[in-house]
Unconditional design. Sequence first.
Length: 271
Amino acid sequence: MKGDAAAPLVKGEGTAPAALKDEGVTPPPFTRHPAQSLIQVSDLARHYQIGEVSVPALQGVSLSIEQGEFVAVMGPSGSGKSTFMNLLGCLDVPSSGRYRLAGEDVTGLDPDQLAHIRNRRMGFVFQNFNLLSRASAQENVELPLLYANVPAAERHRRAREKLAKVGLAERAQHRPMQLSGGQQQRVAIARALVNEPPLILADEPTGALDTHTSLELMALLQALNDSGITLVLVTHEADIAAFAKRVLLFRDGRVVEDRLNETPQRAAEML
């Protein structure tokens, strides 16, 4: 997720791959409460110091995202959308404000605790796939489990299960160079799913794909969302945002529009 500007999380209100390594640190308990938002940010801000100048990337964003939502994040370059995604993904820390994930305040956690959260509680999908070129599809999917010290037999089982879920059961031993762009992105989605996270953050996941492959990918993401997984997706493309249930528009580090999409398009019906 690239570094540009963004804003915080209370629904309808709108005024940056780090290592996943788990060092055995015990994080705060992850408790989900039915009446609680999965994501809640309050007055979230991020400023970058360039010499003597403080540059605001995100300015006082407040909003919430409920479990099961599919949210598209849009905006021009430098609008704050990528900064916002980096903060949600615990890849960066805010200059001020609060970020709660399933009711737990993650704002002041140390780097090891944040790494644990990234590994166990969220999955990432990037535009350029971020696969290890010398590893097989299965080995790439197993990577978060390896960092979490999951035994080998269980790693293999879960990776094969997720590859089957994204339609790549017979490509498990192929390396990235032996796969198409769409297949590589499916491997990345399987990797994002392997720890059963409640949240997937996707940064321009269709940016390197052709139109038909993009539709196939969006159909897969919508099916995952239908199963209850929360999706937050950055895109520059209005036709991709049309598949989401909610759209956030960023400009100058703030949310300038937060609207529901009552009738999202269904990618599967367009194939």
